[in-house]
Design a protein around this ligand. Structure first.
Ligand code: FVH
Length: 301
């Protein structure tokens, strides 16, 4: 059977060379995704042996960090923390002038903004990033990677970053990716802690975690559906009680506290819920919708 034009894959000339600094669990996944996408990939790691498998797959192991950065126009760095990033890139043989540095290390927005300024003072173009995925997902569309910094730099390198997953641009403020990252962690731990609270409570009645989990999942999904409507109230600064008033919610919080205490399980989480809501009621918001609590979350306790 002859090959038709549609059968012949279009020759994709992937000429963008990429450097990956840091070959921990995540760094190795990042480097492998670039290699798989056909990018000539240079790697460097403090513990060089971690590069062995990637070298066997076609990566080039640079002898120094400076050599690694000089080899590509785009460097992706993914280390334990920002302190390690600054320590490593601050070494004498490292020249950042003219390179684009994409930092996918976890940190906070202050560190992101400071590191951006530090790198840009040394002539680098800097994008901050936050990986919303685990290493096995890297290279698939499920791997959402948030970026913040100059949009022209994101746009210029997006075709290369597509190799990692789903690069998503948030805005010019370098701190945005880190802020979204920690906000996402707040969602993750809040949902998990709420599930653990309910699981502990139900286990005292002989209901195992696997039995409760589908109900918990349905509750989490239901609450997630409320978020767009609640966001409209927060953005408008108006919280009419269309579903229930905060005072009604607080009565249910008391039920949760009393049930937890009666069952002999931890009641710290429900007590925290009620403490925050009581402050809002004391401030006169008892007749408003739950999202009015943004007033309490928007200031230090
Ligand atoms: N792994 C995950 O699922 C999460 C997903 C979300 C994002 N995180 C963040 O990614 C960063 C790296 O995480 P990791 O899992 O790759 O971490 P490790 O496997 O521990 O690798 C750490 C690498 O950092 C190197 N390193 C640490 N300190 C220094 C330093 N002072 N100088 C040079 N390199 C340093 C370390 O080198 P080595 O120990 O192999 O020599 C590793 O390459 C992290 O921010 C996560 O929060 C991952």
């Amino acid at each position: 059977m002859t090959n038709t034009a549609s059968d012949t894959p279009s020759p994709v000339t992937v000429t963008v060379t990429v450097t990956v600094i840091g070959l921990g669990l995540m760094g190795q996944a990042l480097a492998r995704a670039f290699l798989t996408a056909g990018h000539p990939t240079t790697v460097w790691n403090r513990t060089a042996v971690k590069a062995d498998q990637l070298v066997a797959e076609g990566a080039w192991l640079a002898p120094t960090v400076g050599d690694a950065i000089r080899r590509s126009s785009l460097t992706v760095i993914c280390l334990t923390d920002y302190h390690a990033v600054r320590e490593l890139l601050g070494t004498p043989d490292v020249e950042l002038d003219g390179t684009t540095l994409i930092n996918l290390t976890s940190g906070d927005s202050t560190q992101a903004r400071e590191t951006a300024a530090w790198a840009e003072q040394r002539g680098a173009r800097y994008l901050d990033g936050a990986i919303m995925a685990v290493p096995p997902a890297i290279g698939t569309p499920d791997a959402v990677i948030l970026h913040s910094g100059p949009q022209p730099d994101f746009d210029a390198h997006k075709p290369t970053l597509d190799a990692l997953g789903t690069p998503t641009y948030l805005g010019e403020d370098h701190g945005l990716a880190a802020l979204y990252d920690v906000a996402g962690l707040a969602m993750m731990w809040s949902v998990l802690n709420a599930w653990l609270q309910g699981t502990a409570l139900l286990r005292t009645a002989g209901v195992d975690a696997a039995t409760y989990a589908p109900f918990a999942r349905q509750m989490a999904a239901g609450v997630a559906d409320w978020l767009p409507g609640y966001a409209e109230q927060v953005d408008a600064g108006s919280f009419p009680a269309e579903v229930s008033a905060l005072e009604t919610d607080v009565r249910a919080m008391t039920h949760l506290i009393e049930a937890s205490e009666a069952a002999g399980v931890n009641a710290e989480l429900p007590r925290l819920f009620k403490a925050i809501a009581d402050r809002a009621i004391a401030a006169g918001h008892g007749g408003e919708q739950y999202a009015v609590l943004i007033e309490e979350f928007g200031k230090p306790a």
